[in-house]
Every structure is written in C-alpha cells, then in structure tokens.
Design a protein around this ligand. Structure first.
Ligand SMILES: Nc1nc2c(ncn2[C@@H]2O[C@H](COP(=O)(O)OP(=O)(O)OP(=O)(O)O)[C@@H](O)[C@H]2O)c(=O)[nH]1
Ligand SMILES: [Mg+2]
Length: 190
C-alpha cells in the first residue's frame, strides 16, 4: 500500500499468482476487456514469443473512494514457469493481496501444490507471515474434462476462511467475482 497525500491517492497491489499456464494473464485480459476505459489504464504484458508471461502483466483500476482517498488498484500477474522464480518474488513485493489461480486439471495438481509452497516461501522471504496474508483462491479451467474435485483442491491448497471461486477464465466465468473478493479483502484491511 502506498498513499500519495498530495494527490489524495491510495495505491493498492493485487498479485495473480499460480503455476504456469493456469490462466493468470487470461484473468487480467478479461478484466481489462470488461472495464470502462475511463476506469482503467492500458494492459501492459511482457510476453515471450510463445505468449507466456515473461516478467509480469500489469493494469491499473480506479474504483470509488476509501476514506476520502482515491483508490488505485494495481493488478499484476507473475510468470508461472518454474524458471522465473526470482521474478515472482520481485512482483510479489509490496502486494496487499494475492489471487492464487490454480489449474484444476488433475495432471496439474502437483504443480499447484509446488507453486503454493513457492508462494509461501516467497512471502516469508519478504517478511510476511503466509498464514495471515490476504489470499483468494480461484480454481480455474472448470470447463475441462479431467479436473480435480473442488474438495480435493481445497484440501491441498486452501486455508480456512480464504474466499474461493471456481472459474473458466477464457469465458469470463468467475473472474469478476474473484476480483471483487480480492478488492473487498484489501479494502477491509485498509
Ligand atoms: N479451457 C480453458 N483454458 C483456459 C482457461 N483459462 C485459461 N486458459 C488457457 O490456458 C492457456 C494459458 O493461459 P494464460 O492466461 O496465458 O496462463 P498464465 O497463467 O498467464 O501462464 P504463464 O504466464 O506462463 O504463467 C491459454 O491458452 C488460455 O487460453 C479456462 O478456464 N479454460
Ligand atoms: Mg501469464
């Protein structure tokens, strides 16, 4: 969180985190396409040639007011590929909340668990207690055939009380609900 008193702006950071190809960038693309241009900035995507996130995606949303201040939500995605572990930590720095985008496919269960472990270790390295950090879970790709039951994903990934959503990011299902929950969580702690 960063407050610019001169501009009366409050900057809040929400990071979409998760394994490679889970749908993080797709979430931001949908949010960008659905938000009025007056309320949002450009979607900045730094991609590899194969359309994979190289460093991060970024967009800014302006919504409502908090205590007389204008909130600016800075949305980021991390690159999910294992080789970009250092970039994930950099992007995570200063986050006010994380949306964990899990890939529901059974053959990605291990990758989901590993990336959750990586998130927790990165939070600890940044001096944050993962047990108290605002976390929202999104179980994505619910349209695909070989997916894990939500109960299994919940058992492996979730923490008691963390908001959870099922989604099909390519169709925009569950995307806005997830973002709203993240915004609510961040605002309630501001
Ligand atoms: N069937 C299906 N495909 C999806 C869904 N969400 C995303 N995809 C597809 O999954 C692929 C990866 O999506 P991205 O949004 O680029 O994934 P990412 O998490 O940003 O990947 P990295 O940047 O490599 O970490 C793309 O081909 C998407 O179209 C979904 O809900 N259902
Ligand atoms: Mg991406």
């Amino acid at each position: 969180m960063f407050i610019n008193w001169k501009m009366r702006e409050i900057n809040l950071k929400i990071v979409y985190y998760g394994p490679a190809l889970s749908g993080k960038t797709t979430n931001l693309e949908h949010i960008h396409a659905r938000t009025k241009p007056a309320l949002r900035g450009e979607l900045i995507s730094l991609k590899t040639r194969g359309d994979r996130t190289l460093y991060f995606d970024f967009m800014q949303l302006e919504l409502g007011r908090i205590k007389g201040l204008k909130p600016k939500f800075n949305l980021y995605t991390v690159p999910g590929q294992p080789c970009y572990v250092a970039s994930r930590r950099l992007v995570l720095q200063g986050a006010d909340a994380v949306v964990y985008v899990a890939d529901s496919q059974l053959n990605r269960l291990k990758a989901n668990i590993e990336t959750m472990r990586n998130l927790k270790s990165n939070l600890r390295a940044l001096g944050v207690n993962p047990g108290e950090f605002p976390l929202i879970l999104q179980y994505n790709k619910r349209d695909l055939p070989s997916i894990a039951p939500v109960a299994l994903l919940r058992m492996q990934l979730a923490r008691d009380g963390a908001p959870q959503f099922q989604s099909v990011a390519t169709e925009g299902v569950g995307v806005v609900e997830t973002l709203k929950a993240a915004i609510n969580l961040v605002v309630s702690r501001t």
